[in-house]
Design a protein around this ligand. Structure first.
Ligand SMILES: [Zn+2]
Ligand SMILES: [Zn+2]
Length: 336
């Protein structure tokens, strides 16, 4: 028996290939992905634009998947075949100082599905059982496939500890920005403005909770600005839009090797806090899953495009050049 996998053999070369079936070793599980989201990072992986320390080619794409357990290895307890699930993409070692402090996102051993180990854009994925999170039967697997980017956003938000009643600006209008709108809403901001790049995104942003949308330079005086554009100029825009004493959270990842330009005296004169966040912690992942299972968080509504695994070229083209209203791009791998 073989399985399909969407593989980047080397930068620029991508195809659906047949691979030998996976079998779980001790402490491992094999899952069958139902859905697998694609994001800008997948384009960077295809283009060879990710720092070499975080990539191993050939790589099977897919760090945003949901599915069902297919087989469990020796010694795995509490997880049965058929269980609906997601699994943390960053596999923490569990024993280094960062892991012991709960900062599993900066584990000393970097290992991540879709980057250094096989991802979920295919018929099977193998992960350690300890990173699996159970999804209730009431939760659509389409929503569950958005746990990964949601955990990225939540990890950053928890770092800057928003407070109820804040004035918040989100810079960017892509998926991370839209999820930031949805998730910062948990802290009931009094104002939530999106500084976008494409007018087509306004409706989607407002549906998710934005109270304003601007294409030009944003207004100023925000308590918190969330940079979610991943462009070098977006950090400066965010820093210029917060009040004195305000906070900027950088979630977007500018291209490797790029340089940020900021007025040298800006941070001090305005008493600013600039925080950045990498990936997600296991704790943030667990909190997103519990919000999902409780029915209070339904991020599936940000999905605007769904393609079959064999339609990956169309999916990647839409990802590279958005046309019209564009939220999350999802591969329906084996279906929900
Ligand atoms: Zn992603
Ligand atoms: Zn560790």
């Amino acid at each position: 028996m073989t399985r399909r996998a969407l593989v980047v053999e080397q930068p620029g070369a991508i195809a659906v290939v047949e691979r030998e079936e996976l079998r779980p070793g001790p402490g491992e599980v094999v899952a069958r992905p139902a859905y697998c989201g694609l994001c800008g990072t997948d384009l960077d992986l295809l283009g060879g634009n990710v720092d070499a320390a975080f990539v191993r080619y050939p790589l099977t794409l897919g760090h945003e998947w949901s599915g069902r357990i297919e087989a469990v290895g020796e010694g795995v307890t509490g997880i049965e075949p058929g269980q609906r699930c997601v699994a943390e993409g960053i596999i923490p070692c569990g024993v280094c100082a960062s892991c012991l402090a709960g900062a599993t996102n900066v584990c000393e051993i970097y290992d991540e599905v879709g980057f250094t180990r096989e991802g979920g854009a295919g018929d099977q994925i193998l992960v350690p059982a300890r990173v699996v999170h159970a999804i209730d039967d009431s939760v659509p697997l389409l929503d569950a496939a958005i746990v990964e980017p949601s955990a990225v956003v939540l990890t950053g938000l928890e770092k800057v500890r928003p407070e109820p009643g804040m004035r918040v600006l989100v810079v960017g209008d892509g998926t991370i920005a839209l999820l930031a709108v949805l998730l910062v809403g948990l802290w009931s901001p009094v104002e939530l403005v999106v500084a976008g790049r494409r007018a087509e995104q306004e409706e989607l942003a407002r549906e998710l909770g934005a109270t304003g949308f601007t294409l030009g330079p944003p207004p100023v005086g925000f308590d918190l600005a969330i940079e979610a554009a991943g462009a070098t100029d977006a950090v400066a825009v965010a820093l210029g839009a917060v009040r004195r004493g305000g906070t900027v959270l950088q979630l977007g990842l500018p291209p490797a090797g790029s340089t940020l330009q900021l007025p040298g005296d800006l941070l001090v004169n305005n008493d600013l806090t600039l925080a950045a966040s990498f990936g997600y912690t296991s704790a943030a992942w667990a909190r997103v899953v519990s919000l999902l299972n409780a029915g209070t968080f339904r991020p599936g509504r940000i999905v605007t495009h769904t393609y079959g695994l064999d339609e990956f070229e169309r999916a990647l083209a839409e990802l590279a050049e958005p046309t019209g209203r564009r939220g999350k791009i999802m591969l329906e791998v084996t279906g929900g």
